[in-house]
Design a protein around this ligand. Sequence first.
Ligand SMILES: [Mg+2]
Length: 336
Amino acid sequence: MGILIKGGEVLERVGKVDTIVFDKTGTLTSGKPRVVDVILAPGIQLDPERLLIFAGSLEKGSEHPLGVAVVAEAQRRGLKLNTPSDFSALPGFGVKGIVAGKSVLLGNKGLMVENQIDISSIDIQLDKSTENGKTPLIICIDGQVSGFITAMDTIKPQAKGNVLQLKKMGLEVVMLTGDNCKTAKVVAGQLGIEKVVSEVLPSGKVAEIERIRKSGHCVAMVGDGINDAPALASADVGVAMGSGAAVAMEASDITLVGSDLKAVVKSIELSKATMSKIRQNLFWAFFYNIVGIPIAAGVLYPVYGILLQPVFAAVAMSLSSVSVVGNSLLLNKRSN
Ligand SMILES: [Mg+2]
């Protein structure tokens, strides 16, 4: 089923989980932002694709997720990118360089403020994008703001359905993220998650898990990153995405081989099914003995003259093993 479970005890615990905490980026979302809009500043006479060429050329070879998103979008539209000269990356702000003889700045508000660029013409639009959970990248060509490109992390295709299923199973679903409050709320809203804890540091994630546990809940934490590892270790059940960091997998009790959240639902169902099988098996293992031993001891002899021969006892003993194994094998039927 694509689920790696570290031992029987873990399998037993998963079924008792009543609260499930998800990391956002890389767990509920793909973790790879995509370009959503290309917007020109008022009064700028330029083809929006020209903006993308400037931005894409500058970001060519970038490893930053937003840069990668811009280049991917330019390539998707079949645009030919130039090679920038005099390029420099300004961590936390953006990039700058010369593209086709023009001096280009690409980055956040901070970068524009730093370079004394007036962004008042697009300020309201920028705020609106941020409120909608998008990250804007402002483009300034030859000292003038030309527009901006917005990018957004995408929710995993089946995530909403999986969250709904977990809720239907009676679980409390929580989203825990280091991201800002606005973005977190937008993503949570799209997934139907009401409980959101945002702007938490990795240590804050552990504190939140501990807090929920102390209030008497059995907590599963699902995450993918290095920053999730401590929280995965402190939860009753830590679930790591196989697409994530090795440290997260090391700290977890369950690793999902793929990145599909359906496996979270499956693990809980599997645990419940296994536990119910164990109970049924205990019944069958004892049933023969409880019935057989008194008969063999002669309970029915005085009235009905019935005694149980040792041969029957041997058969009953074997039958109890066969029924336990057979019943357990029925678990295979549900694996897909
Ligand atoms: Mg993550």
